[in-house]
Design a protein around this ligand. Structure first.
Ligand code: MSP
Length: 650
């Protein structure tokens, strides 16, 4: 049987892990666990990307050597994976010898074959960003990232002949629809490949960046971090290894079945990576799957916005399995999803506390109280009510299996939850607590409890890869032994072993309530203002009266479109919906926002400011922003959640 080989991107060790890293790794873990449960031999690789500019810079900022930076940060990833019950088979660090050695072997081979060549590289270089740009990348002649001036720079570099594989790659993608998934990402790559593909610069001169793998054919250079990093997927499993056991491992494991990535690293994985493999004469992975991003509310998660979600904190607050469940059920694979604690608690309380948790306690309590705590025998007959429960449960099995192969996990989970809800309805309808009181109805009682408990057994098997701890606990509680807990799931209803001792466990998912007291205290905290004497104002700032404040009219507005003002580097012209009317505002925020980033944002404007002209363009108002004293950082004031444009602020 073909192995299932799943990989995650390897994470940069410039900072601690966040929810995005946790998401991809949990997803890979769920897929690996599902395949193991199906009896398919699986290999799951994750790791860290430890070379390059980002890591070198972080080390400088932290006053560490690059390797110290790596050693300190890698443990944060490893600790998190342990906490999150990640069941990876291997963890690769790109600073390990087993990796660097193979990268150098590949570089030398490709160089010997003429796939890598030296040439003079000429381009525009942004010193602060330490990046090269072509003329067409520049925005108004400046760096597209930081808006600062660029310098012409010419230097010797090494190039991988990527361009020669362009036609082959297009044809490969077109004839292998499963290669890039979801299909809209496939179109994105094909769109990218419509323009001529250049060769890939794979070297960095050591005098600019020393933290990397040395080129074996020129020791003045290190390897470009992406070329180094992508190789991890094959170096870890024994590509070009001298060890016969590792060679076997490679033959058994490659090609990867599923390489998970985030949408931002699509080009590197669907253009650089396949062309590299082609040049090395290595088969292509079956699928590269790009998932969407976790937004926080509606905003991109970023350090400067201070909204980065720490997975460790979430697990401590709500539990590991609940966190895993939320991430897997809330994101529709491929699309962006929104994270807020409110969304989290709502889903937790509804799916886990009310539906699944409630079902578990009902079944366990009823069996303990009425059947001497032993699971009943399989009933001889099937009623109409039973049929509905059985069908919904069988549908959950097939849907979950389909969703693993089709990468629609949220759908599979939703169907499993439908089975749980069907079981709760079944309980309401058949009312086993009434049957228990009637000596004539003891067989019916056993039938109902058998079916409900069998539904739980199946549901817990389907959710086991997602919530490994809680579902194993539940399976133990219904009397399954260690082998049975992890056994392959059958596609049939009615396999619950009889006469097993039930264990009455604590509620699996206690409801999350924000305690009333805490809520009022929170409120107090925010409403109780310090006395005037307690507030110290900076020099030259005077108190104003309420009447002054009332002169300023603040309103919400939604950005409809935005564009750069020609000839003015700093200005953007925004078209906004201010509720009762559309307006235009010119603002000096171009160094901080790309026009497209602003579209759809709900911002705050001063709505009763006299119109003014900036560079000849009328500006009808002013938008509010927070900026540092030196104007090096500026962020717009936005509202927390949805509210109509034109709403008064006060
Ligand atoms: N080191 C490279 C990958 C090399 S793979 C050969 C890298 N590392 S990263 O640490 O910056 O990002 C790793 C992954 O995290 C990427 O797939 C990226 O898309 C993902 N995420 C980063 N922020 C994210 C969200 N907010 N949401 C979901 N995933 C996101 O890129």
């Amino acid at each position: 049987m073909k192995n299932f080989y799943v990989t995650t991107p390897i994470y940069y060790v410039n900072d601690k892990p966040h929810i995005g890293h946790a998401y991809t790794t949990i997803l890979a873990d769920v897929l690996a666990r599902c395949h193991r449960q199906l009896g398919i031999p699986s290999h799951f690789l994750t790791g860290t990307d430890e070379h390059g500019q980002k890591v070198q810079r972080a080390a400088e900022q932290n006053n560490l050597t690059p390797l110290e930076q790596c050693n300190q940060t890698v443990v944060r990833f490893q600790e998190l994976w342990k906490k999150l019950e990640i069941s990876h088979d291997d963890f690769i660090r790109t600073t390990e010898k087993r990796h660097t050695k193979i990268v150098q072997k590949i570089l030398q081979d490709l160089y010997d074959k003429g796939e890598i060549y030296a040439a003079e590289y000429e381009g525009k270089y942004c010193v602060p960003c330490e990046r090269f740009f072509t003329e067409k990348d520049l925005v108004d002649g400046a760096c597209p990232d930081c808006n600062r001036p660029v310098e012409p720079l010419k230097e010797k570099s090494y190039f991988f002949k990527m361009s020669k594989y362009q036609d082959w790659l297009i044809q490969y993608i077109e004839t292998h629809p499963e290669f890039i998934q979801p299909s809209f990402r496939r179109n994105e790559t094909l769109g990218f490949l419509r323009a001529p593909l250049g060769d890939l610069c794979i070297s960095r001169p050591k005098n600019r960046l020393s933290w990397g793998i040395e080129l074996p054919f020129d020791t003045d250079y290190v390897c470009y971090v992406w070329f180094d990093a992508l190789v991890n997927y094959i170096s870890a499993i024994g590509y070009l290894s001298d060890d016969p056991e590792m060679q076997k491992k490679f033959n058994d494991t490659w090609p990867a079945t599923c390489q998970l990535i985030g949408k931002d690293i699509l080009t590197t994985h669907t253009v650089y990576w396949p062309t590299m493999l082609k040049a090395m004469n290595v088969p292509m992975p079956t699928t590269i799957f790009a998932h969407g991003w976790w937004l926080v509310g509606n905003s991109k998660m970023s350090k400067s916005l201070g909204n980065v979600v720490n997975p460790m904190e979430m697990c401590d607050r709500y539990g590991i399995d609940a966190f895993r469940y939320f991430l897997m059920s809330e994101m529709s694979l491929g699309k962006d999803a929104s994270f807020t604690e409110e969304i989290f608690v709502t889903r937790y309380n509804s799916d886990l506390a009310n539906d699944l948790g409630n079902m578990c306690s009902r079944v366990l309590k009823m069996i303990t109280a009425n059947l001497n705590g032993l699971t009943p025998e399989k009933p001889a007959n099937v009623t109409e009510d039973d049929r509905e429960l059985i069908d919904t449960t069988l549908k959950a099995i097939s849907s979950m299996t389909k969703s693993i192969h089709g990468m629609t996990l949220d759908q599979g989970i939703a169907d499993v939850l439908s089975a749980v809800r069907a079981a709760n309805r079944y309980f309401e309808k058949t009312a086993p607590w009434k049957l228990a009181k009637d000596p004539e109805k003891q067989d019916d009682l056993k039938r109902v409890l058998y079916n409900a408990c069998e539904c739980l057994r199946i549901v817990s098997a389907l959710l086991l890869p997602i919530m490994p701890e809680k579902m194993a606990e539940l399976r133990r509680a219904i009397g399954l032994n260690q082998d049975e807990i992890y056994a392959q799931i059958e596609e049939s209803f009615g396999n619950l072993p009889a006469n097993r001792a039930i264990e009455n466990i604590k509620p699996l998912f206690p409801r999350i309530e924000i305690p009333k007291e805490e809520a009022t205290q929170e409120k107090k905290k925010t409403t109780e203002k310090p006395s005037l004497e307690e507030i110290k104002l900076p020099e030259n700032v005077a108190f104003i009266g309420k009447e002054d404040m009332e002169k300023i009219l603040l309103k919400t507005a939604v950005v409809l479109s935005a564009e750069k003002v020609k000839g003015a580097d700093k200005l953007l012209c925004l078209q906004i919906d201010a509720g009762s009317e559309k307006r235009q505002i010119v603002s000096g925020i171009a160094p901080f926002y790309k026009p497209e980033e602003l579209i759809g944002k709900t911002i705050v404007i001063v709505a009763n400011l006299k119109p003014a002209k900036l560079r000849g363009i009328v500006s009808q108002g002013m938008l509010l922003a927070a900026s540092t004293d030196d104007y090096s950082t500026l962020r717009l004031v936005t509202v927390d959640g949805e509210i109509a444009p034109g709403t008064n602020i006060g």
